[in-house]
Unconditional design. Structure first.
Length: 490
């Protein structure tokens, strides 16, 4: 339930379990849900979540998808495409956030956290709607999602703001995604506020999200090698903003999945590309692009990778991050840079190249890529990795970005009914200035109103409310795993 640790570090596993070659082979005949249970149970033990409960959580999460395969694989243009957009909000984040919402509800039902949890998250587009659809109507949860005003696509905003469940609160903030993220981080670093509202996180810094995302790396490896038995190792090209998605691939590789290269595909906001090519993790101002989920100048999950690059040494990480906070720069050379390059390739794809790729794949293959997915495909072409060993992650449905796609494909293929119907639905959201105190005051007002409404319903006999059990907080998957913190002491 806790995203950011009290010392401002991120949670990482004490140790990583392994996936043996024999286990991988035994998983070939399993459904996505069955395979996911086997993988996640390596972290979540019977005394933490009973197996029948774990199976129920994972199965219900997978049942929310429109495809039986959850994340199906197709072959297009000489390489594989992993379609991650078959969930409720047509984006890859559904895989993790459906699961996270069900884990939250389970733990709250046991009395953890006093039976109440306030989620505060920031979104550059897809996280917000995926979190909302994962948490809507969940007992004991109030969800507040901050999004940058005018910097998400219209359909992304409508996906968030058309949800009418009373536990969902969308907040438009004057600023960028990083401003929204800074408010969330500041909130977790405010002990009084954190304890008062029982704060929790759904952003990609939440370990459960990373764990859930490892499942589709394993699934895609199984499916590609089913079709091409001679293929032993895969490359994965990942459109990358906050580094959480590609980090899941990194953990899968470390656990033993046969992965060769992880390709970090960036847009003009290329801090990660500059790191993996030059060792320069230097913060620059954000450029607004047609791939808003990647318009990020600091990748929150990258700190986890730096911890491992520092040989799991918290002191070294602390030195790097403290220097970054004061100079906006981390520079690595020599063996450390080589170590990073042994695992990762990277590419920078600008807007013109993104649009060119969308147009080419439609005209040559009758296959529509969303702008983010096109960045991952063009990266593969740049790096000469177009082959059956390479999987490109298609992170969202093209219909979520019509304004960008119709620049080169007109008319566009029909949008799914679930998306097109949203333009006729009522929206609901609030606005706040880029100010931590104003956001905190808003959250507390809404929670107080929710309490008053619950009291009224109880008096009317409309709800049979149960009082949560006070005591030690049992975190969801985060604490189900033996954890420690990559510490960042001041």
């Amino acid at each position: 339930m806790t995203g950011l640790a009290k010392d401002r570090g991120l949670f990482v596993p004490d140790n990583l379990p392994t996936i043996s070659a024999e286990e991988l082979e035994s998983w070939r005949s399993l459904t996505y849900a069955q395979m996911s249970v086997q993988l996640i149970s390596k972290f979540v033990k019977e005394d933490q979540v009973p197996m029948d409960k774990l199976e129920d959580i994972v199965t219900r999460s997978c049942n929310a998808f429109r495809s039986e395969d959850v994340t199906p694989i197709v072959e297009v243009g000489g390489h594989a495409v992993l379609e991650l957009f078959h969930g409720p909000t047509f984006a890859f984040k559904d895989v993790a956030l459906q699961m996270l919402g069900n884990f939250f509800e389970y733990f709250l039902s046991t009395g953890s956290n006093g039976g109440r949890l306030t989620i505060l998250g920031a979104t550059s587009g897809d996280t917000g709607s995926a979190a909302i659809y994962g948490l809507r109507g969940k007992k004991g949860v109030d969800c507040f999602i901050l999004f940058p005003k005018g910097r998400v696509s219209e359909i992304q905003q409508r996906q968030m703001t058309t949800v009418q469940d009373s536990n969902i609160h969308c907040v438009s903030v004057e600023g960028t995604f990083d401003d929204c993220q800074d408010i969330v981080k500041a909130s977790f670093n405010d002990p009084a506020f954190r304890e008062e509202v029982k704060l929790g996180a759904v952003n990609s810094i939440n370990w459960c999200r990373v764990l859930a995302q490892t499942t589709y790396y394993v699934w895609s490896w199984l499916r590609v090698t089913d079709k091409h038995p001679s293929v032993k190792k895969l490359n994965f090209s990942v459109p990358t903003g906050n580094f959480g998605d590609v980090l899941a691939g990194y953990y899968a590789k470390r656990m033993g999945l046969p992965v060769d290269k992880l390709i970090v595909a960036t847009n003009e906001n290329d801090i990660l590309h500059r790191f993996f090519t030059k060792g320069q993790y230097h913060r620059e101002d954000i450029q607004k692009t047609i791939t808003p989920s990647m318009d990020i100048c600091v990748s929150s999950n990258f700190e986890r990778y730096l911890f491992h690059l520092a040989n799991d040494d918290s002191n070294t990480l602390n030195e790097w991050m403290t220097n970054f906070e004061s100079t906006r720069k981390i520079t690595l050379v020599g063996k450390k840079l080589q170590q990073a390059q042994d695992t990762f390739l990277s590419a920078r794809v600008d807007t013109a190249q993104t649009l060119e790729t969308i147009q080419k794949y439609w005209e040559k293959h009758q296959y529509m890529l969303c702008p983010h997915s096109a960045v991952g495909v063009h990266a593969v072409e740049q790096l000469n990795q177009v082959n059956r060993h390479t999987v490109c992650l298609a992170t969202a449905h093209h219909a979520k970005f019509p304004a960008a796609c119709e620049q080169v494909v007109n008319p566009l293929p029909d949008a799914p009914e679930e998306l097109s119907s949203m333009f006729d639905m009522e929206t609901r959201f609030s606005e706040c200035k880029n100010d931590v105190k104003e956001v905190h005051d808003f959250v507390k007002r809404q929670l107080e109103e929710s309490k008053e409404e619950e009291k009224k319903k109880k008096k009317r006999g409309g709800l049979n409310l149960k009082t949560g059990v006070n005591g030690v907080v049992v975190a969801a998957v985060v604490a189900a795993v033996m954890m420690h913190v990559a510490r960042r002491r001041r």
